[in-house]
Design a binder for this molecule. Structure first.
Ligand SMILES: NC(=O)c1ccc[n+]([C@@H]2O[C@H](COP(=O)([O-])OP(=O)(O)OC[C@H]3O[C@@H](n4cnc5c(N)ncnc54)[C@H](OP(=O)(O)O)[C@@H]3O)[C@@H](O)[C@H]2O)c1
Length: 495
C-alpha cells in the first residue's frame, strides 16, 4: 500500500451487497457511497419483498426517495433515476432463508461472481421481540449470510453490524474482544451447540402452545416473555442482546478464511455533518427521553449525573464501516471495532440534561390551548427505587391539583401521566441509564491512524469522536433535527 492511495479509489468499480438497507444506518451508507463515489460498480440492496418489483418499489419509497438523498438528487437532477437504476439493484430476499432468499439462479450466479464486499446490517432491533423471530434474524440470519459469503468467488470482506452492548452489563473499561461470549459459552455444558439448543427450545415451546390451541396473541406474548427469560438465564437484559450475541459468536466460530470486521456502535443518533446535520429516523433511546421531557411528561430520571451518555452520530458510524472495509479487505482476519464516544469525548448526563433544558426553554412545546410547556431541569436520582418513590408524590399532587383547582401550578402534571408511558419507558431503558461501562476503542483508534497515514482522503471519512462539540451538536443540530424528522411527525396532536 503506498501513501497516495485513496478510500474513494478503493470504492471505485466495487460491487457491494448490503442487507438491512431500509434501516436507519444503511440508508446513510448507501447515500454516502453514491454521493462520494458515483463510479462504484453496483450496490445490491437485499430487501424483504415478494418479488423484484416490490423490492424496487421499497427501494424508491424507503431509501432513495427520502430527503436524505436531496444532495445526490440535486447533483444528478433529471438523470437521478437513471443514475440510481444503473448503480443500485433492489433484490427481494430475506436473511432467514437459504441463499438469503434469492431464488433466481441467474441472479444468484451474478451475485456469486460479482460481490466483493458484504455489509450485513439486517437485524430485528426490537428489544422484546418474539424469541423465535429474533433468533431467526439476529442469530441464524448471520450464519445464512456467512454461507452466502463463502459462495462468493471474489469476496474481499464481510462487515457485520453488531452492538457495543453485546459486551454485557459491566463497569469500567470494556475491551473490543469476545470475552462476554466466551463467558456465556462457559456457562453452558461443554459441547453443546447453543444456537441449536435454543432453536430446539423455541420449537418445543411453540409445539406446547399449539397443543393448547391458544390464540395468536397469547402465542406472541408468550414467545416474547420466553425470549426475555432465556436472555436473563444467560445474563443478558433482553432478547435483542442475546440473539445479537449469538450471531456475533457464531460468526467468529464459522468465518473460515473470510476477512470480517465487526462494527459495534453504541447508541446511534442523527447525522453530525453528512449529507447535512440533524437527519434522523425513528425514536432512539435518549431521543424518547428528549421527546417526553420537552412535552413536560418526564421530570425525573434514574441516572448518575456523572455517568456517560454514549451516543455516536450515524454518519460517523458509516465512515467507520467504509474505512474498516477498505483497510481490512483480503486479510482473512476478524477484528472488532467499538464505535462510540464514552472514552475519547465523554458526554456527561448532567451536560445532556443542561442542553435539553436550554433548548426546551428557548423553544417550548406548545399545548393545544396555546400555553407553552414550562420545563425545569430533570431531577436525577441514582436508583430505580428512588425514581419510583419520586413519581408517587407526583401522582398524589395530580389528584390534589384536580381537587383543589390547580393549587400546584408549577408542577407539570398533564393527563399523559395516566397511561404511565413514561414510567414504562424508563423501566425499559433502566439498564442503559444505570450502565457504568466505558467502551475502549483501541482498534478503532488504530483504524483511524492507519487510514490517516495511508489514504489521502481519510478526513472525508472521519469518525473521530473528539471532533464533536456536544453543546453545538445537541442545541443546533440533533434536537432540531429530531423535532423536525421525528417528534412533530409522530405527534398528531400537540398535547
Ligand atoms: N440504531 C442503533 O442505535 C444501533 C446501535 C448499535 C448497533 N446497531 C446495529 O446496527 C444495525 C443497523 O441498525 P438500524 O438502527 O439501522 O436498524 P433498523 O433501522 O431497525 O433496520 C433493520 C433492518 O434490518 C432489516 N431486516 C429485518 N429482518 C430482516 C430479514 N429477515 N431479512 C432481511 N432484512 C431484514 C429491516 O428490514 P425491513 O424494513 O424489511 O424491516 C431493516 O432494513 C443493526 O444490526 C443493529 O443491531 C444499531
Amino acid at each position: 500500500m503506498d501513501q497516495f492511495e485513496s478510500i474513494l479509489g478503493n470504492l471505485e468499480n466495487k460491487t457491494i451487497l448490503i442487507t438491512g438497507a431500509t434501516g436507519f444506518v444503511e440508508k446513510v451508507l448507501v447515500e454516502k457511497i453514491l454521493r462520494v463515489q458515483p463510479n462504484v460498480k453496483k450496490l445490491y440492496l437485499l430487501l424483504r419483498a415478494s418479488d423484484a418489483n416490490s423490492a424496487t418499489h421499497r427501494m424508491h419509497n424507503e431509501i432513495t426517495g427520502k430527503e436524505l438523498f436531496k444532495i445526490v438528487r440535486e447533483k444528478w437532477a433529471a438523470n437521478f433515476d437513471s443514475f440510481i437504476s444503473e448503480k443500485v439493484v433492489a433484490l427481494s430476499g430475506d436473511v432467514t432463508l437459504k441463499d438469503l432468499g434469492v431464488k433466481e439462479i441467474k441472479v444468484k450466479e451474478e451475485l456469486f461472481n460479482g460481490i466483493q464486499i458484504i455489509i450485513n446490517s439486517s437485524a430485528n432491533t426490537k428489544w422484546d421481540e418474539r424469541y423465535d423471530v429474533a433468533l431467526e434474524v439476529n442469530t441464524f440470519g448471520v450464519l445464512n449470510m456467512l454461507d452466502f459469503a463463502k459462495k462468493c468467488l471474489n469476496l474481499e470482506m464481510v462487515v457485520h453490524m453488531s452492538t457495543a452492548y453485546v459486551t454485557g452489563d459491566r463497569a469500567g473499561l470494556i475491551l473490543e474482544d469476545s470475552s462476554s461470549m466466551d463467558e456465556m459459552a462457559r456457562k453452558t455444558t461443554h459441547d453443546i451447540d447453543l444456537k441449536e439448543h435454543e432453536k430446539k427450545m423455541v420449537e418445543c415451546k411453540l409445539k406446547e402452545l399449539q397443543a393448547q390451541d391458544v390464540s395468536e396473541e397469547v402465542i406472541t406474548n408468550t414467545m416474547k416473555d420466553f425470549g426475555t427469560s432465556r436472555a436473563k438465564l444467560y445474563g443478558w437484559e433482553n432478547t435483542y442482546l442475546l440473539t445479537k450475541v449469538m450471531g456475533e459468536m457464531y460468526l467468529g466460530h464459522s468465518k473460515g478464511n473470510l476477512s470480517v470486521a465487526v462494527i459495534r456502535p453504541t447508541m446511534i443518533t442523527s447525522t453530525y455533518k453528512e449529507p447535512f446535520s440533524g437527519w434522523i429516523e425513528g425514536f432512539r433511546l435518549y431521543d424518547s427521553l428528549i421527546g417526553s421531557y420537552w412535552k413536560g411528561k418526564l421530570t425525573c430520571i434514574p441516572v448518575d449525573p456523572m455517568s456517560v451518555v454514549d451516543v455516536i452520530p450515524v454518519d460517523m458510524v458509516v465512515n467507520s464501516i467504509i474505512t474498516a472495509m477498505v483497510v481490512n479487505a483480503n486479510t482473512s482476519r476478524k477484528i472488532i471495532y467499538h464505535v462510540g464516544t464514552s472514552l475519547r469525548n465523554p458526554l456527561k448526563f448532567s451536560d445532556f440534561n443542561k442542553f435539553m433544558f436550554q433548548y426546551c426553554t428557548k423553544n417550548p412545546w406548545i399545548y393545544n390551548d396555546g400555553r407553552p410547556v414550562k420545563v425545569g431541569k430533570l431531577k436525577m436520582v441514582t436508583t430505580m427505587a428512588a425514581f419510583r418513590w419520586y413519581m408517587q408524590p407526583l401522582q398524589g399532587l395530580k389528584s390534589l391539583n384536580k381537587e383543589f383547582d390547580q393549587c400546584f401550578p408549577d408542577v407539570c402534571l398533564n393527563d399523559d401521566w395516566k397511561d404511565k408511558s413514561v414510567i414504562r419507558l424508563i423501566e425499559l431503558y433502566e439498564r442503559i441509564l444505570l450502565f457504568k461501562g466505558i467502551f475502549d476503542d483501541t482498534n478503532s483508534e488504530e483504524l483511524r491512524r492507519i487510514a490517516n497515514w495511508s489514504y489521502i482522503d481519510a478526513e472525508n471519512f472521519n469518525f473521530n469522536p473528539k471532533c464533536i462539540d456536544w453543546e453545538d451538536y445537541y442545541i443546533h443540530s440533533h434536537i432540531p433535527g429530531l423535532a423536525k424528522n421525528v417528534i412533530f411527525k409522530h405527534s398528531q396532536s400537540r398535547l
